[in-house]
Design a protein around this ligand. Structure first.
Ligand code: GTP
Ligand code: MG
Length: 323
């Protein structure tokens, strides 16, 4: 039994990972569905088998460079342990994926709470990735954890966006600070921080507009917002979460590169992992960007946002192996 299988031999752990198992069904049942069959129907571990494995993980959007490294690691283990039964690869694949993710550094996916007072979290990302929905979900989660939350409608571009946030505010039961459409986002943010501080709110979640203007404008707008947050909270430390839609695959990675160039991204919220067969994108993000994934969206309901957890994620990818 591999290290990872041992870990998931535990009922409690499986229960905790259940959301990932359900949410990642598309990836498991399409991109990775042939994995088990291929291992069962291969008689030896040879180049043909390795190239089939490579193809499967590339299909799942793990990213070519990452897949090459991953397969190479599997090859090494097979060689050093003299493994010749293809079925033994199940455990090796799972354990090596775990190692690939954990190499180098410890990943802190928690919110950086400001111990001195108000914690501010800014949400950025292109159109339709799920910023507003994720704010609603995160507000719900933070409230459930016993903290008070407020939202700021910093997406003043469309009236619809402001209303959407207000609806989330009602559902979650928290106040939403908003001005009319067309107002300066910075002035909404300024007001929201003031009110949140006056009311001794623990966490303020700030929505922003998703249109990806040219890089220079984006940079100027985010600079201005960052300055206001730092000045009004008297703190240099706050989280900026970049929201990426998992269904956009490698395109999401380029968005992350652009945003990283214009502002300091502290974490990624990867949404719609439930809606894609290419859930391997998590590993590509990890390997190519080096920005931690803080949360994943696993559905449209209010409680479908989970802290990113690599063990649960790998269980979501390979739970068929454990059955
Ligand atoms: N299945 C699924 N749908 C999601 C998830 N997160 C967001 N969505 C859906 O994605 C759509 C867009 O979400 P929004 O929150 O409006 O996206 P946005 O980034 O705020 O969009 P703009 O304000 O237009 O920039 C909505 O229909 C959401 O329900 C998720 O994790 N899973
Ligand atoms: Mg929005």
């Amino acid at each position: 039994m591999g290290l990872f299988s041992k870990l998931f031999n535990n009922k409690e752990k499986r229960k905790k990972a259940e959301k990932y198992k359900i949410g990642m069904m598309k990836t498991r049942k399409s991109s990775l569905s042939s994995l088990k069959d291929i291992l069962q129907n291969s008689r030896t571990i040879d180049e043909d088998l390795f190239s089939k494995l490579e193809e499967i993980f590339i299909m799942a959007d793990v990213g070519v460079d990452t897949v090459i490294e991953f397969i190479e690691n599997i090859r090494k283990v097979v060689k050093s342990k003299n493994i010749d039964n293809p079925l033994d690869l199940e455990n090796i694949i799972v354990d090596q994926m775990f190692e690939l993710y954990l190499k180098n550094e410890i990943i802190n996916t928690n919110i950086r709470y400001n111990k001195e007072g108000l914690t501010v979290i800014l949400f950025v990302g292109v159109n339709g990735t799920g910023k507003t929905t994720s704010i609603g979900k995160l507000a719900h989660k933070i409230k459930q954890e016993g903290k008070s939350v407020m939202m700021a409608a910093g997406d003043t571009f469309r009236a619809g966006a402001i209303n959407q946030l207000k609806v989330f505010g009602e559902r979650v039961g928290c106040e939403v600070i908003a001005k009319d459409a067309g107002s300066d986002p910075s002035s909404v943010i300024f007001d929201a921080i003031k009110q949140a501080k006056d009311k001794k709110i623990d966490v303020l979640l700030i929505d922003t507009a998703g249109r990806l203007q040219n890089k220079k404008n984006l940079m100027m707008e985010l600079d201005k917002i960052n300055r206001i947050i730092k000045r009004e909270t008297k703190s240099e430390v706050f989280d900026t979460f970049l929201v990426i839609d998992a269904t956009t695959g490698q395109n999401g990675l380029s968005q992350a590169e652009i945003f990283s160039e214009v502002t300091d991204i502290t974490g990624i919220i990867l949404t719609k992992l439930d809606g894609t067969a290419k859930g391997g994108i998590v590993l590509a993000i990890r390997n190519q960007l080096g920005i931690p994934i803080s949360f994943v969206g696993l559905g449209e309901k209010l409680d479908d946002l989970e802290y990113f957890d690599i063990e649960d994620y790998i269980y979501g990818l390979f739970s068929d192996f454990f059955e």
